[in-house]
Design a protein around this ligand. Structure first.
Ligand code: EPZ
Length: 412
C-alpha cells in the first residue's frame, strides 16, 4: 500500500546485481572446491537457486548478503522441475551441469512474461560444442560425449546465451570463440568470477570472447558488482517524486546511458566516485527512448522510465527493441490517468500534470517496480498486488523506500 505525493529524501544503499548473482551461483558448481560469494542481494531468485544447488547434492552456507557454495557433493544433473521452471536464470544450470557432467536436464525456464524469450541461441552454442539437445515434456536434455571448443556466432545479442556458453566452454577441450556477444556489466562480472576460479576467458565486455578450456577449476572468493537496474530504479523514484536522494555503492560507468537519458529530461545528477545525488528543478521534459543491448539504454529500465515520461511536459516515444511484449504494464498505469498508446514495439506517452492512486496488479518484476514508483508520485493511495514478482529481484524494496520517507507498507 502506497500513499503518494511525498518527495523522497536521504540515502539508499544499492545491493549486489541480481543478473550477475543468478549466473555466479551456477558458475560456482564448475569448481571442485568451495567458493565464497558476497555482496549477494537478498532476493527470492537467489533463495530458489540455493535450494536447487542443495537438491543437486551441493552444500550451501547462507549468511546475510553472503553464501558459501561447496560443489564437491554434487551428484545430479537434474534439478527439481517445479523449482527450475519458476525462474529464467535456471538455464545457467544447463551450462554449468553440462560442463561438470557432460549432461544436464532442466525444465524450460520461467521468469518475467515480457515476450517469447526462446533459448535457441543457448542450444545452438551447446550443439556447436558437441552436445545433443532434445526437448521433451518441457524438459531440455543436453548430452555430450565430451565438449570440444568451437567458433560460435550468436544470431542475436543475448546476455543469457553469452554467459551460458562461457560456462559450458571453460572446461571444454581446446579454444572457443564467441562472437556477437552481450557486453552487460554482469557478463564481465561472471567472466571475472570464472577466471578467479582458474578459467582462461578473454574479451568479456566486448562482442568477441575467447575461452581456452582448462582441466580443473577451484573455488574462489568474489564480490558481486552493484545492481545498475536497482540503482536506476531509485534514480527514477527520486526524480518522479521531485526528491533529493543519494544513491550509494554504484559504478557510475554502468549507469552512463541511464544518467544521460535522465539528464536529457532535466533531472539533476551529481556524480561521485561510488555515489550519485539525484534532484530535480521543476517539471521534467519529454524525451524519446530506444532500448538496446549494453551500452545502449537497458530494456530493464524501460518500464521505470515510462513513469517519468507519463509526468513529463510533452509527448515522448519509447521503442522497445529487445522484447516484443514489454508494454503490458501500461494498461495498469492507465488506471492512474497515464496517457499512453502502444503500436507494436513503440509506445507514445503524453505527459499529464498529475496521476492518481489506483489498485494495480504487478505483471512482472520491473513492471511491479514501475507501479510502486507511480504510486509514490501519485495523489492518493495505490495498492500493488502480486508483489512476489518484485521480491524476485529487489531486496527489501519497501524498507529502502521507507528509509527515504515514503509512506509504503507491505500488507497481507
Ligand atoms: C537477461 O535475460 C536478464 N535476465 C533480463 O532481465 C534482461 O532484460 C535481458 O537479459 C536483457 O538485458 C537475467 O539475466 C536473469 P537475452 P535473457 O538473452 O538472458 C532474444 C530483469 O528484469 N533471445 O539477452 O533472457 C530474447 O527473446 C530481466 O532483470 C533469442 O532470440 O535476455 C530477447 O528478445 C527481465 N534467443 C533478446 O534476445 C535466445 O536464445 C535478449 O534476450 C536468447 C535470447
Amino acid at each position: 500500500m502506497i500513499n503518494g505525493g511525498i518527495p523522497l529524501k536521504g540515502t539508499v544503499e544499492i545491493s549486489g546485481a541480481k543478473n550477475s548473482a543468478v549466473a555466479i551461483l551456477p558458475a560456482a558448481l564448475l569448481a571442485d572446491t568451495p567458493s565464497t560469494i558476497d555482496n549477494l542481494p537478498e532476493i527470492n531468485d537467489i533463495e530458489l537457486l540455493s535450494k536447487m544447488i542443495e537438491y543437486l547434492g551441493g552444500k550451501t552456507i547462507k549468511k546475510e548478503h553472503e553464501i558459501i557454495i561447496d560443489p564437491e557433493g554434487i551428484n545430479s544433473f537434474c534439478p527439481p522441475h517445479e523449482l527450475a521452471s519458476q525462474m529464467r536464470a535456471s538455464y545457467y544450470l544447463i551450462g554449468a551441469l553440462l560442463s561438470r557432467f557432460n549432461e544436464a536436464a532442466i525444465a524450460m525456464p520461467g521468469g518475467c512474461n515480457i515476450g517469447v524469450r526462446p533459448i535457441d541461441q543457448h542450444i545452438k552454442g551447446f550443439e556447436a560444442l558437441g552436445a545433443k539437445t532434445t526437448i521433451e515434456h518441457g524438459i531440455i536434455k543436453v548430452k555430450a560425449d565430451k565438449l570440444v571448443g568451437n567458433h560460435i556466432y550468436f544470431d542475436v545479442v543475448s546476455v543469457g546465451a553469452t554467459i551460458n556458453l562461457m560456462l559450458a566452454a571453460c572446461k571444454a577441450e581446446g579454444t572457443t570463440i564467441l562472437e556477437n556477444c552481450a557486453k552487460e556489466p554482469h557478463v564481465v562480472d561472471v567472466a571475472n568470477f570464472l577466471n578467479a576460479m582458474g578459467a582462461n576467458i578473454k574479451g568479456a565486455g566486448t562482442d568477441m570472447i575467447k575461452i581456452v578450456g582448462v582441466d580443473k577449476l577451484h573455488g574462489c572468493k568474489h564480490t558481486v558488482i552493484p545492481d545498475q537496474i536497482e540503482a536506476g530504479t531509485y534514480m527514477v523514484a527520486a526524480a518522479a517524486t521531485h526528491g533529493d536522494v543519494t544513491i550509494k555503492g554504484i559504478i557510475p560507468k554502468h549507469l552512463e546511458s541511464i544518467i544521460a537519458k535522465m539528464s536529457e529530461m532535466g533531472v539533476i545528477i551529481e556524480e561521485y566516485d561510488e555515489d550519485l545525488k539525484v534532484t530535480t528543478a521543476g517539471r521534467l521534459k519529454r524525451v524519446d527512448i530506444k532500448t538496446q543491448p549494453y551500452p545502449g539504454f537497458p530494456t530493464d529500465m524501460q518500464q521505470l522510465m515510462a513513469v517519468l515520461l507519463a509526468l513529463a511536459d510533452g509527448v515522448s516515444m519509447i521503442t522497445e527493441n529487445v522484447y516484443e511484449g514489454r508494454f503490458k504494464y501500461l494498461d495498469e498505469l492507465k488506471k492512474m490517468g497515464v496517457n499512453a498508446k502502444v503500436e507494436g514495439r513503440t509506445a507514445v506517452i503524453e505527459g499529464v500534470e498529475k496521476i492518481t492512486g489506483a489498485p494495480l496488479k504487478a505483471t512482472d518484476l520491473r513492471a511491479g517496480a514501475a507501479m510502486i514508483i507511480a504510486g509514490l508520485a501519485a495523489n492518493g493511495v495505490t495498492e500493488v498486488k502480486n508483489i512476489y514478482h518484485i521480491d524476485r529481484g529487489y531486496e527489501a524494496i519497501e524498507k529502502k523506500l521507507q528509509k527515504l520517507g515514503a509512506d509504503i507498507k507491505r500488507v497481507k
